[in-house]
Design a protein around this ligand. Structure first.
Ligand SMILES: Nc1ncnc2c1ncn2[C@@H]1O[C@H](COP(=O)(O)OP(=O)(O)O)[C@@H](O)[C@H]1O
Ligand SMILES: [Mg+2]
Length: 212
């Protein structure tokens, strides 16, 4: 399964309402201006089958193990059909959530624990991780307020405060385990300030990538 990676794999993580989707078009446009071919995608989803699974995952009640397995089923399809082929072709992947979200939401939020997720991660993508992951981090009250002002809430977004406390704790734990890959974004700041941080990091990534 190990691919010869030529492109870079970038992911965005954080609780619902943290601002991931808000910043994706900015990152995409900025990378394109710097001459990078970028594929924007999301999890769960990113393929025809994956988007069908997303609908089930966001709207149907199910056992936590079923939920976790469907997340990884969608992810496996996504890796095989979209992520690995693009990386091999030298394109960059910009992905709204990846396995860190399974750690945070199923492992933490739903209290399945880290071990089951680690096992699935090892099985589905032992050799693949994002090169850079932005963790959009903010006080949960702000995230909740933003969400409530913005859209009809799905099965995850409707969860209680304690669920998001656990989810965010698992995100922090995961970031501490892999500080080189994770970059924290204080997403309580104004959008423009966040864009400035992202822009600087993108320039740095492109320079590093071009000088490989
Ligand atoms: N830095 C910010 N300041 C103020 N509002 C924001 C900021 N980032 C995002 N928002 C708003 O918060 C809401 C949720 O953002 P969104 O990007 O959908 O979050 P996510 O994709 O992480 O769930 C949207 O209405 C968005 O416009
Ligand atoms: Mg979003």
């Amino acid at each position: 399964m190990s691919a010869i990676k030529n492109g870079l794999f970038l992911s965005l993580e954080g609780v619902d309402g943290a601002g991931k989707s808000t910043h994706i078009p900015f990152i995409e446009t900025h990378l394109q201006r710097l001459g990078i071919e970028v594929v924007v995608t999301r999890e769960p989803g990113g393929t025809v089958l994956g988007e069908t699974l997303r609908e089930l995952l966001l709207h149907k009640d199910m056992d936590i193990r079923t939920e976790t397995l469907l997340m990884f089923a969608a992810r496996n399809e996504h890796i095989k059909q979209v992520i690995e082929p693009a990386l091999v072709q030298g394109k960059w992947i910009l992905c709204d959530r990846f396995s860190d979200a399974s750690f945070a939401y199923q492992g933490g939020g739903r209290e399945l624990g880290a071990t089951a997720i680690e096992t699935l991660e090892q099985w589905v993508h032992p050799d693949l991780q994002p090169d850079q992951t932005w963790l959009f981090d903010l006080p949960l009250e702000i995230a909740t307020q933003r969400l409530q002002n913005s859209r009809v809430l799905d099965r995850f977004e409707q969860e209680q405060a304690a669920f998001f406390v656990r989810t965010q704790q698992f995100y922090h734990q995961r970031a501490q385990q892999d500080p080189h890959r994770f970059s924290l974004v204080d997403s309580s700041q104004p959008i423009h300030t966040i864009q400035q941080q992202l822009q600087q990091q993108l320039h740095h990534l492109v320079e590093l990538w071009q000088s490989r």
